[in-house]
Design a protein around this ligand. Structure first.
Ligand code: HEC
Ligand code: HEC
Length: 192
């Protein structure tokens, strides 16, 4: 039997997650009502909160698992995921993957930034895992058009190993990233 999904206010309280709520067996987009209040339905407009739309379902499962097990430490997601069953992880993954993917609506990156970032992408072989268009696949995340400051924070956290990936690939890649490469990669990938 699925765990239930409490309302938004209760989610923020965290501790009330085990409370039964018969209305919450939703498997479609209704399941995400509380989530999109922070994350946005397509593009996040909140600093530090990543866009989730179109994210790879398998990747979402790995991250919700890591939040639940406190392997990836980030308030408030550790509290939010604390009561999730394994079935919930899968249901959230599928509902999130079905949301429209974020898109950049600002001006394109300037030529110098684009050249520096593309050189870093080639050097560190980002596309070999994240795909030619950086939209991810399977358990490898979509990163194109993600928020700039979130991308920079993620790369910095892998480099310092404060964010251990579900597998060490990204931590290994990040060891070789210089601070100015992180800045350029985040600024450019956010505009794709
Ligand atoms: C109060 C705001 C808030 C709410 C509500 C919220 N989140 Fe989050 N979520 C965050 C923040 C902040 C992060 C980034 C954590 C970090 O910095 O690592 C995040 C990260 C995530 C990630 C990781 C994304 C990635 O690209 O790695 C997933 C998946 C996620 N949230 C799913 C959910 C789901 C599912 C719900 C609803 C059940 C939800 N969130 C509700 C704030 C929120
Ligand atoms: C060998 C495969 C591999 C390569 C090469 C790689 N990545 Fe990753 N990347 C991953 C995996 C796997 C994850 C998920 C790790 C986790 O559990 O946090 C990830 C996660 C990320 C995230 C976090 C996304 C999110 O939503 O939180 C960012 C940002 C990222 N990669 C950017 C890059 C960039 C930029 C490059 C090139 C400089 C790169 N990656 C190269 C495998 C790779």
């Amino acid at each position: 039997m699925l765990r239930t999904l409490p309302g938004f206010g209760i989610i923020l309280a965290g501790a009330a997650f085990a409370a039964p709520n018969p209305a919450a067996d939703a498997s479609g987009p209704e399941r995400l009502t509380a989530c999109v209040a922070c994350h946005g339905a397509r593009t996040s407009s909140t600093e530090g909160v990543p866009s989730l739309g179109g994210q790879q379902a398998d990747y979402v499962v790995t991250q919700l698992f890591q939040f639940r097990e406190k392997q990836r430490e980030a308030a408030p997601m550790n509290d939010i995921a604390a009561g999730f069953s394994d079935d919930d992880l899968r249901a959230y993954g599928e509902a999130i993957a079905a949301l429209p993917a974020p898109g950049w609506s600002g001006p394109p990156a300037d030529v110098a930034l684009k050249e520096r970032a593309q050189a870093a992408i080639a050097k560190h072989k980002c596309v070999s895992c994240h795909g030619a268009d950086l939209a991810g696949r399977d358990a490898i995340p979509r990163i194109r058009a993600q928020r700039e400051e979130y991308l920079a924070a993620a790369l910095t956290a892998y480099k310092s190993n404060t964010r251990p990936g579900y597998d060490p690939a990204m931590n290994e890649v990040a060891q070789d990233l210089k601070d100015d490469e992180i800045r350029d990669l985040a600024a450019y990938i956010a505009t794709l």
